[in-house]
Write a protein that binds this ligand. Structure first.
Ligand code: SAM
Length: 244
């Protein structure tokens, strides 16, 4: 199995998955901010997912500041470790009384010990040549103080920035809120080891599974909507994958 596709409500479907069975969750839930008929916040979903995640696992959730603050109580029991910003080439929902909105965010949560959580290094190849030597201060997340010393090469790897530019799927999407592969990829690399299993309980057209398969991870994908489930099945068929 590379991708296991489950058709149904994630709150019910989740019961067929054993405890501690997935390495990571990467998901783009309904934010409850558009007029799409499926776009309603699913009450309590974050706590339902906690049981399925291994103690080494973490959960990346897409959303907006408005979405997270409105539903923050649903994340009780989860710890927030970091967030990233997805900068789009265009935006949606322009209103003349606000900034032109061209970003969304994703936040990473964990519910075990941060020191146990898998942390895949995600790099870009655009470092400048320099030497750095410094004492890093202990923080809540980074544990003990230690000496950091490294030399970077021109054009070599450096840790990916938390503001990530990726073109949206505008004009090419098979789902109305389809995420680009380029924004899902770093989150999977960060949270799921090679060969591990990533769960997306709001899979839409299956972007998480599509990227997971390309990166040598397995995926469990849950989608409630008939049309979107059919799209995901087609997108993840061997034929379509071979053509990508
Ligand atoms: C924001 S979209 C995900 C889009 C996806 N990231 C992609 O790239 O195609 C959220 C999806 O969650 C689905 N959904 C809504 N409520 C659900 C539920 N209770 N269980 C499973 N899926 C649900 C919707 O039908 C929708 O396709």
């Amino acid at each position: 199995m590379t991708c296991k596709l489950i058709h149904g409500d994630c709150l019910k479907a989740i019961h067929c998955l054993p405890d501690n069975s997935v390495d990571a969750i990467v998901t783009d839930p309904p934010y409850g901010e558009t007029a799409f008929d499926w776009d309603h916040w699913v009450k309590g979903w974050p706590s339902e997912m906690a049981r399925i995640l291994k103690p080494t696992g973490s959960m990346w959730v897409f959303g907006t500041f408005r979405m997270f603050t409105k539903h923050w109580a649903d994340f009780e029991g989860w710890n927030l470790s970091q967030d990233i910003v997805w900068e789009k080439h265009n935006g949606s929902g322009f209103q003349s009384d606000r900034f032109r909105r061209v970003h969304e965010m994703a936040a990473q949560f964990y519910n075990g010990k941060w020191s146990d959580v898998y942390k895949g290094k995600v790099v870009t190849l655009d470092a400048q040549k320099r030497s750095v030597s410094r004492q890093s201060k202990p923080t809540h997340f980074h544990g003990a103080r230690n000496q950091t010393q490294y030399q970077s090469e021109e054009g070599g790897p450096r840790i990916m920035r938390s503001v990530i530019y990726a073109r949206s799927q505008h004009g090419t999407a098979v789902h109305p809120t389809q995420k680009p592969e380029a924004i899902i990829e770093p989150l999977i690399r960060n949270a799921c080891p090679e060969g591990g299993i990533v769960l997306d309980p709001f899979a839409g057209s299956g972007t998480t599974g599509y990227v997971a398969r390309r990166l040598g991870r397995k995926a469990v994908l849950i989608e409630a909507d008939n049309q979107h489930f059919a799209t995901m099945q087609e997108r993840l068929s061997g034929d379509l994958f071979a053509r990508a």
